[in-house]
Design a binder for this molecule. Sequence first.
Ligand code: URA
Length: 444
Amino acid sequence: MIMTELIEKKKNGERLTREEIDAIIDGYCKNGIPDYQMSALLMAICFRGMTEEETFHLTESMLNSGKTLDLSSISGIKCDKHSTGGVGDKTSLALCPLVASLGVKVAKMSGRGLGFTGGTLDKLESIPGMRVNLSPSEFFETVKKVGMAIVGQSAELVPADKKLYALRDVTSTVDSIPLIASSIMSKKLASGSDCILLDVKYGKGAFMPTKEKAEELAKEMVRIGTHFGKDTRAEITSMEQPLGLAIGNILEVQEAIDTLHGKGPKDFVDLLLESGTTMLLQAKLYEDAKKARKAIEANLENGKAFHVFMEFVKAQGGDVSYIENPEKFPKAIYAFPIKSLKSGYVKSIDAMDLGLISMELGAGREKKEDVIDPTAGIVLEKKVGDVVNKGDLLMTLYTERANKRDLVSRALGDFEFSDAETSPLPVIEESIRMEGDAFIIEKD
Ligand code: URA
């Protein structure tokens, strides 16, 4: 195989064969293909795209670059979920125990936050003692005993993605649908679950800027998962404003705990009910969506999902006294309350900028090496559709960094008001799955 010929082929919009794609991924992983040639190929893919077949082959080659998890020793149907990431997205913290409390097995690998979005591992590690680096046997035992476990992505799974993603990051070749879809799905397939639920977010605070782009990515990922024999479904969800009220690690854990006590913010609860219902159907624990939803609603209220969360924290070494009494979590030294200078209805909230502000307050990482302050973040008091009177509290910024008071006026500018009444924003816009070769798209 001559790499320049393959680059030339893709540059001219021709298809790469399975053998060629295998040779490229294998060659790149073994350092036989230099970064400059791989970069040229990635850029050609960005401009020329890939066919469905090529994307399947790329996913398979990446999947075969490392180990895969065999979860067959865990009884029951294993269901994984993945979110493309957003601001205030603490869904895994509440959704995994919720579905596990009804018999779904969740053996989940998660990532850390970078930039304006947070990561599940960082949120979990804000619980004193919590370990996300379980050994494989501890991971399996925890899922068997508790019904769920969440650990960091193993470096042994899909090493090709690690290497390729690092290159894409510095060569402006991240935003290609086949490259994103194969990257995410190779990792999900390697994690070994029977079913996969994808939360593809769009909007100001998301990776995908528009609903159309999110739908395109979602379809590609559902197509890949289905091709590999997994029940794969996607939800297109709005990130036009932060999810829930809390942004930041401890703050989001506290909100997840409140939610598991039946006291969550409406948009977050709506997402949990919808995603939880879908996962129960995927796991074939229910055939009827209405009955599945009732079961999900019940376990959010009756303490059973909270109980699984407690067991999960305990099994992974976390100090459950913080979960029993969330007031015990440390608080940031500085709290900057922000009051409205206007009356009106909240028209929009700039999720991306609040995510960036939260990062500057200490809740996120600008660079991979940055250390997170678990107490930092933002708690919103108002969301789109709410009425606001001049002087009402809009949000509070929390930080250990004394010099961040200047972020107050910037955060204030992230709220836009209207004199006319506005409506709350829906969270889930569409659900996508496949039947045969056809996509079934249900709009909410
Ligand atoms: N997340 C991933 O895991 N891969 C991508 O390519 C983009 C986002």
